[in-house]
Unconditional design. Structure first.
Length: 554
């Protein structure tokens, strides 16, 4: 080779050496004329950035994050890639993508990306096998990973709440959920499902995941909406085998049922101010749960007219009964109504028993409420005046006494037809007379003691005693007499010529009754003489004087 040719070869070799350090140059001394020959060998190279890719733990069925390796052709010739395959015992658990193509130029690179999707638990292995034209072919890239999975275990597979009163909430019962697997447990939902799902409720500490080896608690309560057997399921939806996991839930709704006997008590008539004989109400628990009793009370418009005592206490066992004793004590006449009200834990509370009764009482009234006798001559008894005693109530009036009381009680007298009692709606009469013993105003009170409200009933009595002379004579048999004139004197035969009366008085007499006249103008300690004449219809013609009569005024 000529020198010029050698120089060009070395210059080219220098350039290649700069671009690819793997170029091997040989300088061979040539014989004759001191010439030298340059000979080069072209070889592909194969270099991986890593000889193994470890994926660590990956949940079974889940795809790992892709991991990469770089293939470099570090030779001076094109790397021909016949195949890049994943091989080995668990090759199906790994997937590979690359951009290497079928060849790789000298000094060029390509990228391989692997993903691990374990199909079973435990260590999983495979290799990426490269078949190429580089020295050492086939080359391999080791792939390893561990398949992991959560596993759920429950502390109980069923919860029985037993008997629980309807509409009340039981004590909570707990289920412990443990992740006994090797991967985090992802929890999608914790719900209650089934026929009576709304009768059960849950709270939990599980959140959206539970780490391997960790646990959480699910608390369940039972609030039956109806009597009888109630059932549902606690359902845990997750990424573990067998999802959803379930726990059977059961309980029995119970309730007390109250029956009352009787449901109403009529007490009939009862005298005001007295208490009836007790009547009883029987309360029976015919349900399937203990009856809680909050209160037993009398309520209603006339609650104060009734009273109760009971032996029920604060609860009544299933099938048991208790007694409420009720009495009626009317405070006024007329109809009274109320109710026994039992507040309890049974449906329809408060339970009620109707109460009724009629208060009976006499009502006494007098008419008039006062009697005025006017003036009455001393020692003479007035005409009787009447008082009517009426019983307008709805019970018999018992009359204890009819008396006259007061300052001048002795000058008044009574006579009654009332007896010792007066039926409802009946009346009787009391006649009262006035016999003054002194001159001047006199008062007293007619007092009727009885069993009516306001006893004693009273009538005020009044009258005025006067000094007077009462004259009486037989009527004249002569026809045409229209009245009489009365003449008075202070000595015998000394009667005046002017009559006491300015016009003839009839004297209250008829042809068959005695005539009378009262002289109220007399004075005490004086004696008077009187004569009477009959007067004809002309009011002028008078008869002869009657016989003289005298009267001594005390």
């Amino acid at each position: 080779m000529e020198v010029s040719a050698l120089q060009r070869c070395c210059a080219k070799a220098a350039i290649l050496a700069t671009a690819c350090a793997a170029i091997i140059l040989w300088c061979i001394s040539c014989g004759g004329g001191g010439s030298t020959s340059l000979v080069s060998v072209s070889t592909p190279g194969f270099s991986l950035s890593s000889t193994a890719i470890p994926f660590g733990n990956v949940s079974v069925g889940a795809a790992s994050t892709p991991q990469t390796a770089t293939l470099t052709n570090d030779g001076n010739a094109t790397l021909a890639l016949s195949s890049i395959l994943v091989q080995g015992a668990d090759a199906s658990d790994f997937t590979l993508t690359n951009n290497c193509g079928s060849s790789l130029a000298a000094s060029a690179q390509c990228t391989l990306s692997a993903v691990f999707t374990p199909t079973a638990l435990g260590t999983r292995t495979a290799s990426v096998v490269f078949t190429d034209n580089a020295t050492g072919s086939p080359q391999s890239l080791s792939l390893t990973g561990t398949g992991t999975a959560p596993a759920v275990s429950l502390s109980a597979t069923s919860l029985s709440f037993g008997n629980q009163m309807v509409s009340t909430t039981s004590a909570a019962q707990a289920v412990t959920l443990t992740n006994s697997g090797t991967a985090a447990l992802s929890i999608t939902s914790v719900t209650i499902t089934g026929t009576n799902a709304s009768d059960f409720a849950q709270t939990n500490t599980c959140g959206s995941s539970v780490a391997a080896g960790a646990n959480c608690t699910i608390s369940v309560t039972f609030t039956p909406a109806a009597t009888g057997s109630r059932a549902a399921s606690l359902s845990i939806t997750d990424n573990a085998a067998g999802s959803p996991q379930t726990v059977g839930l059961s309980g029995t709704g119970t309730t007390p049922v109250v029956s009352l006997s009787p449901t109403s008590i009529p007490f009939g008539n009862q005298a005001v101010g007295t208490t009836s004989t007790a009547q009883t109400v029987t309360v029976t628990n015919n349900g399937t749960a203990t009856l809680s009793i909050t209160s037993v009370a009398i309520t209603g418009a006339n609650a104060s007219a009734f009273g109760q005592t009971n032996n029920c206490g604060s609860s009544l066992a299933v099938g048991a009964n208790c007694t409420i004793s009720v009495t009626f004590s009317p405070m006024a006449s007329g109809s009274d109504t109320a109710s026994v009200s039992i507040s309890d834990s049974a449906a329809g509370s408060p339970q009620t028993v109707g109460l009724s009764g009629t208060g009976t009482a006499p009502i006494a009234s007098v008419s008039p409420t006062s009697l005025a006798f006017g003036t009455e001559p001393i020692s003479l008894t007035s005409s009787p005046q009447s008082v009517t005693l009426s019983n307008t109530g709805n019970a018999t009036l018992t009359i204890t006494s009819v008396t006259i009381t007061g300052t001048n009680a002795n000058d008044f007298a009574e006579n009654t037809t009332c007896g010792s009692s007066l039926a409802a709606g009946a009346n009787c009469t009391i006649a009262v007379t006035f016999t003054p013993s002194i001159a001047g105003s006199e008062t007293a009170t007619l007092s009727i003691s009885d069993n009516a409200s306001g006893s004693p009933q009273t009538v005020s009595l009044s009258g005025t005693g006067v000094h007077a002379v009462v004259l009486s004579w037989d009527p004249s048999p002569t026809s045409g007499v229209v009245g009489y004139y009365i003449y008075r004197g202070t000595t015998s035969g000394g009667e005046g010529t002017t009559p006491l009366n300015t016009s003839p008085v009839a004297g209250g007499c008829t042809s068959t009754t005695t005539c009378t006249y009262t002289d109220e103008t007399v004075q005490a300690d004086q004696t008077y003489w009187y004569e009477v004449t009959a007067v004809a219809s002309d009011d002028v013609t008078q008869s002869e004087d009657s016989n003289q009569a005298s009267a001594n005024v005390p």
